[in-house]
Write a protein that binds this ligand. Structure first.
Ligand code: DON
Length: 351
């Protein structure tokens, strides 16, 4: 009897160790897609892309915001953050540039946190405008008038959804939220804010036009001012990649472990990025790259690879649509080599 129980005890112990040995790697894999490429491969491909496009001088800095025209257009930084918080960095990854339109993604996340996706979809909508990001005609023509949360009009309307007693409370709520997503404290680049606030008559006009259609949900000028501040938040390429990795990691910050965005909201955010993240360049981007991404006229682009990580590139020269030329080339190259395209069966391991 006692021999049986000893044997049984051994069996339990052996089974326990076997199970633990299996559980540990299985758990680790839930943090990262089982078909994610190895660290060495990601590093090698990102380095190859960096070297290949380093001396590309096509495009030009945004100049409708005076501050952006004088940013050194040779700056070039690439950062990757994976869902298990591995970080690869190359080039000017410590330089803080203005997040610009990439902020719109996180204001959308905050609006959904407060109102839920259905109300946000109802008040903002999600259709590509097929026009420039600051188009007045799109506001007039589109049935929703707002278009989507990533063009200026829809983004200002999204900012107007954020609750608060006054402008400062709303702005601080947004800045704190962005900081939680980045996993560290972010702040406003005051010179960018001053430069943009002095030259944003176009955005004020969009906000007033939305007011005519009753598609803005707080004072139009207050909303433009908060929106201008959110666009002037400084980020490094690494901070931006981590903000992207949160979306790749189901809304959980891979560095802090904090669930900063509801996992149920993530698909709506990624769908919005896929449809409109690169404005009237979004169709070509989906065709060639197949990853949800967002650009900013400050020169940043972040692309999300669900379950694997995010890549952020900063290079100030832009194309006609307002998207960094070098950032698009680097991300396209990396996504192609590493089978990241979400529409490709190889992205889930089918060859
Ligand atoms: O409102 C604007 O025009 C800028 N603060 C943001 C535009 C932007 O980043 C468009 N992006 N590619």
């Amino acid at each position: 009897m006692s021999r049986v129980s000893i044997r049984f005890g051994k069996l339990v112990i052996v089974t326990y160790f076997l199970a633990t040995a299996c559980i540990v790697p299985t758990f680790a894999q839930t943090k990262r897609s089982p078909v994610a490429p190895s660290r060495e491969r990601v590093e090698a491909i990102v380095r190859e892309a960096y070297d290949k496009f380093r001396s590309d001088t096509s495009g030009k800095n945004a100049d409708y915001i005076p501050y952006l025209a004088q940013v050194d257009s040779r700056l070039f930084g690439v950062a990757v953050v994976t869902t298990d918080n591995q970080v690869f960095e190359l080039g000017d990854v410590k330089y803080s540039f203005s997040i610009q339109s990439i902020s719109k993604v996180y204001t959308l996340a905050m609006a959904m946190e407060e109102l839920g996706p259905d109300k946000v979809f109802d008040r903002i909508g999600l259709e590509p405008t097929g026009r420039a990001f600051n188009s007045v005609l799109a506001v007039v023509d589109m049935p929703s008038h707002t278009g989507n949360a990533l063009v200026n009009a829809g983004a200002i309307a999204t900012t107007s959804l954020i609750s608060g007693q006054n402008e400062d409370e709303k702005w601080n709520k947004l800045l704190n939220f962005y900081s939680k997503v980045a996993g560290e404290k972010l702040s406003l680049i005051d010179e960018v804010y001053q430069s943009e606030a002095a030259t944003n008559a176009g955005n004020k006009a969009l906000a007033m036009l939305l007011a005519k259609y009753e598609r803005i949900y707080a004072d139009p000028f207050e909303s433009v001012d908060i929106y201008t501040k959110q666009c002037s938040v400084g980020v490094t390429a690494t901070q931006l990649a981590r903000m992207g990795a949160v979306l790749a990691n189901n809304g959980q910050n891979p560095a802090t472990g904090e669930q900063v965005i509801k996992s149920g909201d993530v698909p709506y955010i990624l769908a919005t990025m896929m449809m409109a993240g690169l404005y009237d360049g979004s169709g070509g981007w989906a065709w060639h790259v197949g990853l949800p991404a967002k650009s900013g006229v400050g020169g940043g682009i972040v692309a999300i690879v669900p379950g694997k990580g995010a890549i952020a590139v900063f290079a100030p020269r832009l194309d006609e649509a307002g998207n960094s030329v070098k950032a698009q080339k680097v991300i396209h190259f990396v996504a192609n080599k590493l089978d990241y395209n979400l529409y490709s069966p190889s992205s889930v391991g089918l060859k």
